[in-house]
Design a protein around this ligand. Structure first.
Ligand code: 13P
Ligand code: SF4
Length: 298
């Protein structure tokens, strides 16, 4: 039997659900029950009735699903699918920063242990809303410094990046020259980018948003051509699903970690119920507070 059919059969037998991020390869998105950005995936994980969640994304996303579902089995196809940005903010750094007395907003791209020390979580889709919701004109946000800049620009509040230069290597690759070149090569296109891009790239773009916000912008816009500044997986999804429009990468970038998940690995973890995402109870309790607070705000 073809591997996709075997996965779908196992999924039914075990009452499992497959959640996939926008950056996953086409063959994974094709068998997924839900595809989305980090916020949509967290919301979907929070309300699923399945017994098993196979999370096709990176470690922090699967951890978030596990924190929200302490009684379910959360499986990650590749244990090496680890977002390098999360490692840039160890829990001790959050504890140290909080001595200033300012609230700490933690980007979902972080470890559960770091979330447990923060006040509230955010994703790229709701960072501005979360910062706005806090009763303080100065807040701290990390680990992505560009997202901190984005939230400050949107809210007018002082947003201190912790650490000061946390970044995503995939989005750091985009240059202002890429935007200038795209403007002259495709004057009729809208340029849309992720808030993990550098400030000058964000300023020069027509729209800045999370992966799913970019998808919706492209669906709803009257424009027919889009230059997209994010990981290639989302651009390929847009090409497959949004008919009659053209999608051009601002620059071809790949998140190596996201691409470690494969159909073979999904089949293996589901069959053998392995690569279970386990989180220390105390850490999970702390992280859950920060995540739930975010879900209530935004
Ligand atoms: P989104 O939440 O916008 O999907 O982004 C996740 C991510 O890892 C971006 O690099
Ligand atoms: Fe992490 Fe960047 Fe990959 Fe997103 S694209 S998972 S932030 S390394």
């Amino acid at each position: 039997m073809e591997i996709k059919k075997r996965i779908l059969k196992l999924k039914d037998e075990k009452n499992a659900v497959i959640l996939a991020h926008n950056y996953q390869n086409a063959e994974i998105q094709e068998i997924a029950d839900f595809i989305g950005d980090s916020l949509e995936l967290a919301r979907t994980a929070a309300k699923t009735k399945a017994d098993i969640i196979v999370f096709c994304g990176v470690d922090f996303m699967a951890e978030t699903a596990a924190v929200l579902n302490p009684d379910k089995l959360v499986l990650i196809p590749s244990k090496d699918a680890r977002c390098p940005m999360a490692a840039q903010l160890p829990p001790e750094k959050v504890v140290e920063a909080k001595r200033s007395g300012c609230p700490f907003v933690i980007y979902v791209n972080s470890y559960a242990a770091s979330k447990a020390e923060a006040d509230i979580c955010c994703t790229s889709a709701n960072a501005a809303k979360v910062v706005e919701s806090l009763d303080s004109d100065t807040v701290m946000l990390g680990p992505d410094a560009n997202l901190a800049w984005f939230a400050a620009r949107k809210t007018g509040k002082k947003v201190i990046a912790v650490p000061s230069h946390g970044y995503c290597y995939v989005h750091k690759a985009f240059r202002i020259e890429d935007v200038r070149n795209a403007r002259s090569a495709h004057p009729d296109a809208k340029i849309i980018v992720h808030p993990e891009c550098d400030p000058e790239v964000q300023i020069a773009a027509d729209f800045v948003g999370s992966t799913s916000q970019m998808y919706r912008y492209a669906m709803e816009s009257d424009a027919e051509k889009f230059v997209v500044g994010t990981e290639i997986g989302l651009i390929e999804r847009m090409r497959r699903e949004i008919e009659g429009k053209e999608f051009i990468p601002l620059r071809h970038t790949t998140c190596i970690e996201m691409k470690l998940n494969t159909l073979e690995r999904i089949h293996d973890v589901l069959l053998n119920e392995k690569n279970v995402v386990k989180i220390d109870l105390e850490i999970a309790d702390g992280a859950r507070k920060a995540i739930r607070r975010m879900l209530e705000v935004a």
